[in-house]
Ligand binder design. Structure first.
Ligand SMILES: Nc1nc2c(c(=O)[nH]1)N[C@H]1C(S)=C(S)[C@@H](COP(=O)(O)OP(=O)(O)OC[C@H]3O[C@@H](n4cnc5c(=O)[nH]c(N)nc54)[C@H](O)[C@@H]3O)O[C@H]1N2
Ligand SMILES: Nc1nc2c(c(=O)[nH]1)N[C@H]1C(S)=C(S)[C@@H](COP(=O)(O)OP(=O)(O)OC[C@H]3O[C@@H](n4cnc5c(=O)[nH]c(N)nc54)[C@H](O)[C@@H]3O)O[C@H]1N2
Ligand code: SF4
Ligand SMILES: [Mo]
Length: 718
């Protein structure tokens, strides 16, 4: 059998680096970086390369599994699984059926579309995802500022002179809410051309070490941003013309800033007032500047306010929607516009059954799931589909969620593994990997400083009996009599295709959207425009223009009057309630941390990523360790008001006194990832709260950063 080489791209995280897959006999032999990819140019990270081990993992689920009377999984046929699931679904009111779609679903257009279709067909409110542990506050900030909840403004890295980064560690994460391959090169280029990269982070991260670090106390960002604004307004450094041209309501911001001089906030933020003043002046004086926030800015108690103020800082210095500033996102397949058109780009159109939280893009806080299952009443969550997710490890208090699963009438998961979540399921259905499916990039590429598109065919036949998620979902929906695309607003989306076939499939839909999109060939009307053939002829991808477009504000704004709104009542309320918090019994603050060789919860079974006896550990300042009598490498118990975990202490002054950093996605006890289970560690989300008062009101964000904790020495676990 000949050895085949296939050009494709990685779909683990947002840069979508180019890869070349070597395939022999329908089996993956290796993955290598693609030197001909115009943007990633021969670069890929260890996770991308190690995906070979996941693709070929003997622990992968390759056949439908059903839990039997003894509580064990047994292999069944697809027909048995789908028929039983559908027949059980027919007995449950559709508004009591829920879906949790995990992070990998954002990297497959067909998966994402069919999840939306299924949710729409069910007409259920029980829609959950990682957004409430990740980025929904950013979307809500966009909704309040621009009236466009799907907007994801991003920093124009190739042209900027100054990037102020709050709560992001792109040297490890490779960039998020931005799709920028070789992001390290892009950041270094800013410095090389005389610009600056300033990283606001409680930990001296890999990115902070490489550039400039502003060490902030956990969850101090709202105060820091207000103080930066204070300096800008009080020293007359704002761009009055830009403010008048682009926005209304600046008085609220000016008032709030006036109340927060840096001298008053330095005890909260830990950032000396002089540093804040200098930073504000430098940001304003830079020829171009952009402020950018990522997960570290989204998981505190004022997440939406922080996201809002990040864009305000850019706007008042005249840097919004201009080269080198913050730009508005737009997909080659314009997901934002489509979402608006079909009516799924919504915020606060309805409230959750429990807690009254606003929906964000149709989804509710995942921290509510356990209570939604256990709290009686109409609309109780009775059946749950989990696709590409592991909420037992990724959302607050997974133990309570796992216990609540016992009260479900039906739990179905579509995954590659038996993980900590679906080991409790009635069915685990095997999904294809990204190498086993064709793809177009949507969503994650709309925030691209260099507009680019690459499409790929499947480079491998599905292993075992794995199927693409959309087919599984479609099959269940048809058997259960759930309307999918025939119902509701998504019919318009289907209507965008030229012909609606008897059974709608994702690919023609996507091809039509591509051809009708901003770079499309308009079915022949625009010469040289994109169509599937052109993508096939350019397997390494096509750079569509040197830079992302500027001057898009008018197209993005949905507020009446066509201006950015700086004084929405929601933000006025947040500013009014803004108060530092401390818990005398739990004097330290815990934050998250990502590692190069982990990816959320699902890469710990790849041997090459776990080499060197990698272990889970808490980064603790030596002063805090000494106070608690904890030695380097010794076991440590971490307690919060909501739970406790045990892990290993790693003493480092990368974190300041009072801050403890612990990665999430560990503490494995899954069914089929043996190495991961053996690797030990703890699920940090056992320390997190699901109480309504701890969920951020505007975005429904779980409080995962800046969580009050205390440390104690303990014995090693047996
Ligand atoms: N290797 C690897 N890459 C990944 C992932 C992974 O698990 N591993 N996950 C992917 C996913 S799903 C995402 S969403 C992205 C996330 O992408 P990033 O957000 O860039 O990644 P993080 O490393 O979580 O960076 C968040 C930073 O915020 C800091 N932080 C914590 N609390 C605060 C605070 O209160 N204020 C400020 N200013 N900073 C704070 C943390 O110390 C951390 O350095 O990464 C993606 N890429
Ligand atoms: N404390 C704390 N908690 C966090 C975070 C944090 O920073 N701190 N970060 C949050 C963030 S940003 C995120 S995105 C979430 C992630 O949270 P989740 O999305 O709930 O969990 P993952 O760990 O990404 O698990 C993904 C699952 O999908 C499976 N999978 C992988 N590829 C595919 C595929 O192609 N198809 C299917 N069907 N399944 C697949 C994997 O086997 C795995 O079981 O975690 C959040 N939780
Ligand atoms: S950085 Fe992300 S997209 Fe690139 S190879 Fe690594 S995991 Fe894949
Ligand atoms: Mo994420």
């Amino acid at each position: 059998m000949p050895i085949e080489k296939h050009v494709t791209y990685c779909r683990i995280c947002e840069p979508l680096c180019g890869l070349v897959a070597t395939v022999e006999n329908g089996r993956l032999q290796s993955l290598r970086p693609d030197p001909q990819h115009p943007l990633s140019r021969g670069q890929a990270c260890p996770k991308g390369i190690a995906f070979t081990e996941i693709q070929n993992d003997p622990g992968r689920v390759l056949h439908p599994l059903r839990r039997n009377a003894a509580g064990e999984f047994e292999q069944v046929t697809w027909d048995q699984a789908l028929e039983d699931i559908a027949s059980r679904l027919r007995t449950i009111p559709h508004d009591e059926v829920g879906i949790y779609f995990g992070n990998p679903s954002a990297f497959s257009y067909s998966h994402a579309l069919w999840v939306f279709g299924f949710a729409n067909g069910l007409g259920t409110k029980h829609i959950y995802g990682p957004g409430s542990q990740d980025i929904n506050s950013r979307f809500v900030a966009s909704s309040l500022l621009y009236g466009s909840v799907a907007q994801l403004p991003f920093p124009d890295l190739p042209r900027t002179d100054f990037v102020l980064m709050l709560g992001a560690n792109p040297l490890v994460s490779h960039g998020s809410a931005i799709s920028a391959p070789r992001i390290k090169d892009q950041l270094s280029a800013i410095v090389r051309r005389g610009g600056r990269v300033v990283v606001v982070d409680p930990r001296r991260t890999e990115t902070a070490r490489a550039y400039e670090h502003v060490a902030i106390r956990p969850d101090g960002d709202a105060w820091l941003l207000l103080s930066l604004l204070h300096v800008l307004f009080s020293e007359g450094l704002v761009d009055k013309a830009a403010i008048a041209r682009q926005s209304i309501g600046v008085a609220l911001i000016r008032r709030a800033a006036a109340a927060h001089p840096p001298e008053k906030t330095e005890t909260i933020t830990g950032v000396p007032a002089d540093d804040v003043r200098r930073l504000a002046r430098d940001f304003a004086a830079a020829p171009s500047a952009t402020a950018y926030g990522r997960t570290g800015s989204c998981l505190g108690r004022y997440a939406t306010l922080v996201g809002f103020l990040i864009d305000v800082l850019t706007l008042v210095t005249g840097n919004l929607d201009r080269a080198g500033g913050t730009l508005f996102s737009r997909g080659v397949i314009p997901a934002e516009e489509i979402a608006e058109r079909v009516g799924i780009a919504t915020y606060a159109h309805s409230k959750s059954r429990l807690g009254g939280f606003p929906e964000v893009l149709g989804a509710y806080p995942a921290a509510l799931m356990a209570d939604e299952i256990t709290t009686p009443g109409k609309g109780r969550l009775r059946a749950l589909f989990v696709t590409a997710g592991n909420p037992v490890l990724s959302v607050p208090n997974g133990k309570a969620l796992a216990e609540a699963f016992g009260r479900l009438d039906l739990l179905v998961s579509i995954d590659l593994y038996v993980n900590e979540t679906n080991r409790h399921a009635d069915y685990v259905l095997p999904a294809t990997t990204w190498l086993e499916r064709e793809d177009y990039p949507i969503g994650v590429t709309s925030a691209s400083p260099t507009p680019f598109i690459q499409a790929t065919e499947a480079v491998l036949p599905a292993y075992g009996e794995a199927r693409p998620e959309w087919q599984i979902i479609d099959d269940i929906a048809r058997r259960a009599g759930i309307g999918m695309f025939h119902l509701g607003p998504l019919r318009h989306l289907a209507g965008l295709t030229t012909k609606i076939p008897a059974r709608l499939t994702p690919r023609p839909m996507m091809e039509a959207l591509l051809r009708l999109g901003p770079h499309g060939d308009l079915f022949g009307l625009r010469r040289g425009g994109l169509n599937p053939r052109k993508l096939r002829e350019n397997p390494h991808g096509i750079v569509l223009s040197e830079h992302a477009a500027t001057g898009r504000l008018d197209q993005v704004l949905r507020h009446r009057g066509g201006k950015v709104r700086l004084d929405p009542p929601e933000i006025a309320d947040e500013l009014a309630r803004l108060a530092p918090y401390a818990d005398a019994d739990f004097p330290l603050k815990l934050i998250g941390l990502r590692e190069l060789r982990s990816h959320n919860s699902w890469h710990h079974n790849a041997p090459s990523l776990m080499k060197g006896n990698r272990r889970h550990s808490a980064r603790i300042n030596p002063a805090d360790a000494a106070a608690a009598g904890i030695a380097d490498g010794a076991p440590v118990r971490i307690r919060s008001r909501h739970g406790q975990i045990q892990t290993i202490a790693l003493l480092t002054d990368d974190v300041g006194p009072g801050t403890v950093a612990v990665p999430h996605g560990w503490g494995h006890a899954g069914g089929s990832w043996e190495l991961a289970n053996k690797s030990g560690g703890a699920n940090v989300n056992q320390l997190m709260s699901t109480a309504f008062e701890d969920i951020e009101r505007l975005g429904g964000m779980a409080h995962l950063n800046g969580v009050p904790v205390t440390l104690e020495a303990c014995e090693a676990e047996a």
